[in-house]
Design a protein around this ligand. Structure first.
Ligand code: GAL
Length: 332
């Protein structure tokens, strides 16, 4: 083929690609996002849900692209969530945002999404790396659990450094603590527990563990555990280290019922009731994920996936997959 013919062919191809792209851009005046929550009654997840709804409206106003959100509650069942994914795909969702029930068991979701060519933004419950590496249209948005834990430990270390008596309440040279842990299979429980305690030790707080237990992120379960511990170890507990705010609030409920005062309680999340407890002086401190940024990242990344665009620059992706939301200490 002569050079001239090749040049013509190239020009025709470029023209056709341009036409296709223009048509594609023209087509997308609306996007549909399928969202499944592991449990709709989880306080932190509910806070994130509200921000997602608000940010989707903002995105719609600013971009002129209509955004339809289909938000479903999986009510703690992976099977229900798999069916929701099936339905989202049959309804023609352009992208899925999934808060997995079982973070170790997302293979069915990934299989369906890959077959249908629908990208997935997972959030809050992190699938294992092996699953995340199966396709280049899988993303994860969350909070770095180790960073959270170090911040939680640090707020007690700092207080102890400034006013040791405010932490070692009976001034016996030992800070006796109890530990409330989230779901045992959740990446956040394991990492938060390990690093929070390590930070206290490294920071020179003379801690001694009295006891601990799993309360699965739940206020009522934590309250029941704390009630037992207050009975079993009267006048001993000086500090409650909780993997989240809801369980910290459960411990506070038990302290109030038993009319025990002077025990420090620290949580994680910065949920609406958590911040209220902080403001009223019941919670010593919490580590708050920036929920505005968390929700915006989910909406903006999902929208860019739906439109076939690059991830927005304000959310730098680690390894092209993970976005870590910033967080901060909130203390009395
Ligand atoms: C954690 C959060 C908990 C709970 C859990 C659900 O990150 O701290 O409060 O919401 O996620 O997966």
């Amino acid at each position: 083929m002569s050079g001239r013919k090749i040049a013509w062919l190239l020009l025709v191809c470029l023209f056709l690609t341009g036409c296709q792209r223009a048509q594609k851009e023209e087509e997308k005046t609306s996007i549909r996002i399928g969202i499944s929550l592991y449990r709709g009654d989880d306080t932190f997840i509910n806070n994130i849900r509200s921000v997602i709804e608000e940010k989707a409206k903002e995105y719609e106003r600013e971009s002129g692209i209509k955004v339809t959100l289909d938000i479903q509650d999986a009510k703690g069942s992976q099977n229900t969530q798999n069916n929701q994914v099936e339905r989202f795909i049959s309804l023609g969702c352009d992208v899925l945002c999934i808060n997995p029930v079982d973070r170790m068991d997302v293979s069915v979701i990934i299989d369906r999404a890959m077959t249908a060519g629908v990208p997935v933004v997972f959030f809050n419950r992190q699938p294992v790396e092996e699953d995340m590496n199966r396709w280049d249209k899988l993303y994860y948005i969350g909070v770095d659990a180790r960073e959270t834990a170090i911040l939680q430990g640090q707020m007690v270390v700092d207080l102890y450094g400034e006013q040791p008596w405010a932490v070692d309440r009976n001034e016996d040279g030992v800070v006796s603590y109890v530990l409330l842990e989230g779901e045992s299979s959740h990446q956040d429980s394991l990492i938060r527990t390990e690093w929070s305690i390590q930070t206290l030790k490294d920071g020179g707080v003379p801690i001694e563990k009295i006891t601990g237990g799993i309360a699965n992120w739940e206020r009522s379960q934590a309250s029941a555990l704390m009630e037992q511990w207050l009975d079993a170890y009267p006048d001993t507990i000086e500090l409650v280290v909780s993997n989240n705010d809801d369980m910290a609030l459960g411990a506070i409920d038990a302290l109030e019922r038993a009319k025990v005062t002077g025990v420090n309680v620290v949580g994680i999340d910065g949920t609406t009731p958590g911040i209220e407890a902080l403001e009223s002086g019941k919670l010593l401190g919490t580590v708050s994920a920036n929920k505005e940024i968390y929700g915006s990242a989910i909406v903006d990344l999902a929208a860019s996936c739906a439109l076939g665009e690059e991830c927005p620059e304000e959310y730098p992706l680690t390894d092209g997959v993970y976005y870590w939301t910033p967080q901060e200490i909130l203390i009395q």
